[in-house]
Design a protein around this ligand. Structure first.
Ligand code: FAD
Length: 448
């Protein structure tokens, strides 16, 4: 017999309970990845290139046995199961709205062949942690307490003696355009992770907000494709000499944010694209299609150096530092008055770590519309944020070559420097003080 192992966000061998389950079914295992046009349609070049690289790396992990097919999963998985005579199809349980609908469609089309879900991409599966009265948490801190108390099993071993099913036709992984990617795959993830454990973990709490330093783990792309499981990371943190340091505490809390947002999305699938909070649903927003300003934001030409550096980092690398994500998101929502889903969609197109739960709830947090969000009236100042978190201006100069000649922190206000705008850097597209006041006016009006 053959068991299909349908990989989605879990391109790895280690700590993969679904692989154990497929192996324990007793026969050959055929790993398969389906390039789903619905998901690929929204991916820009950097994101596609990372998917392609992740699949090539997985091909190595799976000793060349991974089969790639293209099409709607409900049109691909059942015929493939039939073609190889599979008795079961194994997956990690998917908890996003699209993933849940897709899996129901595939399950229906599979008929008698069971779709067996084992594990999830989270240390604690979404939906498992709740208040004493059984209702979901709305706020992060009590969730994180209950999440730690719930705990998680030890990492799953790689099963010995798996027999891969061979000789099944495979398509080439979808083309990665000619774009630079960070090293991906299980081995690269492990290498980066060990580097961070030894060099970054102990001081993470002090340095994590500094985009000019390479101080965060950069593990988000590996978590996205599942090159490593967060349970493995949590076990490694606990076993590390710095495992009880404030840095480690803070790092575990950040991993917990990822789990919290997945939990919110599980309970409230509508929160992917609509305001969680009712009371801001009447806000007046600008139409992004009409605003030249929105193009300037997308292209990193707002005239605010910290914002523009972030957007250019996003376009070039498919990644942006968390502090800068907050600042650019605030700028779109509160300086340009654009509803957050426009920005969320743009991020998902470009981010190599694009994740519907973390991204869309991160946007709702900044926009003040989410559970446990920043209050709407807290508006980030793009200049002082830059001066505080990029104190020597290194980050800005790295991504904005037109400002390379402006020294130190002065780069955050180039309009005050003689010749600051001499090399083509644009004037500010808005007056931040005026737009802040306008945002607050709209907020008061929405609240009646
Ligand atoms: P580290 O600081 O090293 O953190 C370790 C891990 O913890 C991250 O890899 C991530 O899995 C998790 N994490 C850290 N911060 C957060 C957070 N605020 N929310 C949820 N998880 C977190 N993260 C994504 O993975 N995908 C996204 O699409 C995404 N979009 C975002 C959009 C906005 C507007 C904002 C404000 C944040 C977004 N984040 C997103 C969260 C955060 O910015 C990234 O996870 C982080 O920058 C990734 O870099 P890192 O791996 O070096 O993080």
């Amino acid at each position: 017999v053959t068991a299909l192992l349908w990989l989605r966000r879990d391109l790895r061998l280690h700590d993969l309970p679904a692989l154990l389950a497929a192996h324990e079914a007793g026969g050959d295992v055929l790993p398969v990845f389906v390039a789903d046009p619905t998901l690929l349609a929204s991916a820009g070049p950097v994101r596609r290139a990372h998917l392609s690289a992740a699949l090539h790396a997985a091909q190595e992990s799976y000793d060349g046995a991974l089969v790639v097919r293209e099409g709607r999963p409900e049109d691909v998985i059942p015929p493939l199961a039939h073609e190889v005579g599979a008795a079961s199809v194994h997956v990690s349980r998917e908890t996003t709205p699209y993933g849940r609908r897709r899996d129901r469609r595939v399950e229906r089309t599979l008929g008698d062949v069971p779709l067996v879900a084992t594990g999830t991409p989270y240390a604690v599966g979404p939906g498992l942690v709740h208040k004493d009265d059984g209702t979901p948490f709305q706020v992060f801190t009590p969730f994180s307490r209950a999440w730690r108390e719930h705990g998680w099993p030890a990492p799953a071993p790689v099963p010995a003696g798996v027999r891969w099913r061979r000789g099944v036709e495979s398509a080439a992984p979808p083309g990665g355009d000619d774009v630079a990617v960070v090293p991906t795959g299980e081995e690269a993830a492990r290498e980066r992770w060990e580097e961070f454990l030894d060099d970054g973990l102990a001081h993470y709490d002090e340095t994590r907000d500094r985009p000019d330093l390479d101080a965060t783990s950069q593990m988000s792309v590996h978590l996205k494709y599942g090159a490593i499981h967060p349970r493995t990371m949590l076990a490694d943190v606990a076993a590390h000499p710095a495992g009880t340091s404030p840095g480690a505490e803070r790092f575990v809390a950040e991993l917990c944010w990822r789990e919290f947002y997945a939990d919110v999305l599980w309970h409230r699938p509508d929160s992917a694209w609509t305001d969680l909070r009712q009371d801001l649903r009447g806000m007046a927003y600008a139409d992004p299609a009409n605003a030249g300003h929105v193009r300037a934001w997308e292209e990193g030409r707002t005239g605010f150096p910290f914002v523009d550096a972030g957007m250019r980092q996003l376009l070039a690398e498919g990644w942006m530092h968390n502090r800068v994500r907050m600042v650019v998101a605030s700028f779109l929502v509160k300086d340009l008055h654009v509803w957050w889903p426009h920005g969320a969609r743009f991020f998902l197109e470009h981010l190599r770590d694009g994740d519907i739960a973390s991204n869309n709830h991160g946007w709702q947090w900044v926009a003040g519309t989410g559970t446990d969000a920043a209050p709407y009236f807290r508006v980030f100042n793009p200049v002082t944020q830059g001066e505080k978190f990029d104190p020597d201006g290194e980050y800005v100069r790295r991504y904005v070559p037109e400002l390379a000649h402006v020294p130190g922190a002065a780069v955050h206000q180039p309009w005050r420097v003689p010749d600051g705008l001499a090399h083509g850097y644009p004037e500010r597209i808005v007056d931040h003080g005026a737009e802040r006041a306008e945002a607050l006016r709209r907020y008061e009006a929405a609240r009646g």
